[in-house]
Design a protein around this ligand. Structure first.
Ligand SMILES: Nc1ncnc2c1ncn2[C@@H]1O[C@H](COP(=O)(O)OP(=O)(O)OP(=O)(O)O)[C@@H](O)[C@H]1O
Length: 298
C-alpha cells in the first residue's frame, strides 16, 4: 500500500492541517504518519472501516489528543494551544456526546448562546421542531440518536467557520441523516464553512462531500475530489501469465483462483495507466466509489 499524498510544508491558511501525525495506544499503532490539509470551504468526508483511526485523527487535528509525533494546525495555530478566538470558530460533534448531560436542550442552548456572537436561535427552534427533539428533558435521558441530533443542532447553531463531525450519521435514522447531510452541504455552500465529517457509509460521501480521504489501518491511502475518484482510480486485471508485471505500488492486489491478478491502480500525472495495462489480455475496469473502498479496505 502506498500513501498517495506528497506534501511538504503545512498550509498556514488552511482551517485544518496535519503533518506526520502518528499515535499509538498501549503500543498499538492507531495513526502512522498522516498528512492532510482541508482547504477553506471544502466538505471532506473521511472514510475508513471501524478502527481505521478516524476518531483518533480528528481528535489529534483539533488538539483534543496529543499525538506521539507530528504537528496539527487549526487556522494556522498549533492545535494544542488554540486561542479562544480560534476555538470560537470551531464546532465539534463527537461520536457520543456527553457534555452537559444534566441540562435540558433548552438550558444548554441558553447557556452556550452567550458565547457565540452568531448564534442562530431561529435555526435552533426550527430544527428542534423539525427533528421532533425533546427540549425539556435532561439530555442524559435522551436516546443516543436524540442526544447526537441535539448536539448537531448545537454545533450548527453557532455558525462555525469549521465544523467537525465524528460519524454524525451513526445514530441517525435515514431521514435525519439525509436532512443533516443536506444541511451540512448547504452550510458549506452558502456560508463558506469548512466541514470535516467521518463516516463508513459511502452513500453519505456521495451526498455531501466535495473531497474524500480514505484512512486504512492508520494510513491515509487516498485524498482527492469526489468526482475525481472515478477518473483517477481503476481496477487493472492481469491474466495469470502476466501477473508478475503488476505495478509494485498498487493500492490493493487480489490473486484469483485461475492465477489472474487484480490491482487498484492510479493514473499517472500525464493521464496514463501503468504500463502493465497495455499487456496482451490486460483489462482496465472503471470502479464505483463503493467498489473502490471495498477493494482497498480488504
Ligand atoms: N483510548 C483507547 N485506548 C486503546 N485503544 C484505543 C483507544 N481509542 C482507540 N483505540 C484503538 O485505536 C484504533 C483506532 O481507533 P479509532 O477510534 O480512532 O478508529 P475509528 O476509525 O474512529 O473507528 P470507528 O469507526 O469504529 O469509530 C482502534 O484499533 C481502537 O481500538
Amino acid at each position: 500500500m502506498n500513501a498517495v499524498l506528497h506534501m511538504d510544508e503545512p498550509a498556514l491558511d488552511a482551517p485544518l492541517s496535519v503533518r506526520g501525525v502518528a499515535h499509538a495506544y498501549e503500543g498499538r499503532n492507531a495513526l502512522r504518519g498522516v498528512d492532510l490539509d482541508l482547504p477553506r470551504g471544502s466538505v471532506l468526508g473521511l472514510i475508513g472501516r471501524n478502527g481505521a483511526g478516524k476518531s483518533t485523527l480528528i481528535r489529534a487535528m483539533l488538539g483534543l489528543l496529543e499525538p506521539l509525533a507530528g504537528e496539527a494546525l487549526v487556522f494556522g495555530e498549533p492545535a494544542l494551544r488554540l486561542s479562544d478566538a480560534a476555538k470560537a470558530r470551531i464546532a465539534y460533534v463527537p461520536q457520543q456526546p456527553e457534555a452537559l448531560a444534566w441540562l435540558t436542550a433548552t438550558q444548554m442552548f441558553d447557556y452556550l448562546s452567550r458565547f457565540y456572537p452568531n448564534w442562530d436561535e431561529r435555526f435552533v427552534e426550527r430544527t428542534m421542531q423539525r427533528w421532533e427533539l425533546p427540549t425539556n428533558r435532561v439530555m442524559a435521558k435522551l436516546s443516543p440518536g436524540e442526544r447526537q441530533r441535539v448536539d448537531l443542532v448545537r454545533a450548527l447553531a453557532s455558525q462555525p467557520d469549521l465544523l467537525v463531525l465524528d460519524e454524525p450519521a451513526a445514530a441517525l435514522d435515514p431521514v435525519a441523516r439525509r436532512d443533516l447531510l443536506r444541511e451540512v452541504a448547504l452550510r458549506a455552500g452558502e456560508a463558506g464553512a469548512t466541514v470535516l465529517f467521518s463516516t463508513h457509509i459511502v452513500s453519505d460521501l456521495e451526498r455531501a462531500a466535495s473531497e474524500i480521504a480514505f484512512l486504512h489501518d492508520g494510513q491515509l491511502l487516498l485524498h482527492c475530489g469526489l468526482d475525481e475518484t472515478k477518473e483517477r482510480y481503476a481496477r487493472l486485471w492481469l491474466p495469470a501469465g502476466q501477473s508478475a508485471a503488476a505495478p509494485p505500488h498498487a493500492l490493493s492486489r487480489h490473486r484469483h483462483d485461475d492465477g489472474s491478478l487484480s490491482v487498484v491502480v492510479e493514473r499517472a500525472v500525464d493521464g496514463s495507466w501503468p504500463e502493465a495495462a497495455r499487456l496482451p489480455g490486460a483489462r482496465v475496469d472503471a470502479l464505483g466509489l463503493e467498489d473502490l473502498f471495498v477493494e482497498i479496505a480488504e
